[in-house]
Design a protein around this ligand. Sequence first.
Ligand code: ADP
Ligand code: MG
Length: 242
Amino acid sequence: MTSQPILRLRNVVKTFGSFTALPGVNLDIEEGEFFTIVGPSGSGKSTLIRLLVGMDEVTEGEIWLRDRRIDQTPANQRPTCMVFQSLALFPHMSVGQNVEFPLKLRKVPAEKRRDRALELLDLLRLPQSYYSKRISQCSGGERQRVALARALAFDPEILFFDEPLSALDYRLRKTLEKELKDLHSRTGKTFVYITHSLEEAMVMSDRIAIMNKGHFEQIAVADEIYGRPVNRFVAEFMGEVN
Ligand code: ADP
Ligand code: MG
């Protein structure tokens, strides 16, 4: 890890009318970190991540990417990328066309696009023959891998995940948890991951932030949260897992 955080939030406030979803979030995320935000439904996880990728505007406060302030930067000009639960793939197109889509937007020549797509399939451990396979012929787990390959084709500095595995069955979820962790170490990218499952957070993360009603109760490595919960909320949240 470097000394300068890749992402810094300073007093980030988000209100919806008279409702305050985020009263003032401060957070530093280190370069290359697998950082997970975990908390009950309605605690403000999605709201926060939407501000970070630019899908919604901060009410107050600042978001910094290294030494660049980005809270007023349009989403498509931020070097970040969101991976959704099932990142809308184009079902009528092939795996290759889906993965190449971001490169096509950037007018990368066809041959280069193909090379990069094959490289990304390899990174996600999908056989090269999948390049011409239709999305509709892929299983749920394979689609998730294609979605990840496509996200990586944007070459984002930070990848954001909002509960990408929550709709999947237990076994597939366990497999993909392992693959995501593995992908994180092989790409060296910064991952910011959201889940309501502390168990999932414990398996994958470098650090975990426990969110409650728009603020963080504790930010620490898994062992510390497990061994030394700072308050009753964290302890009870932990208790629900065991
Ligand atoms: P989480 O992702 O942790 O389940 P959300 O960030 O989706 O929580 O929601 C946090 C709170 O903000 C909830 O009380 C939710 O009802 C509220 N909220 C989220 N988006 C909006 C919106 N567009 N308008 C009004 N309230 C919202
Ligand atoms: Mg949510």
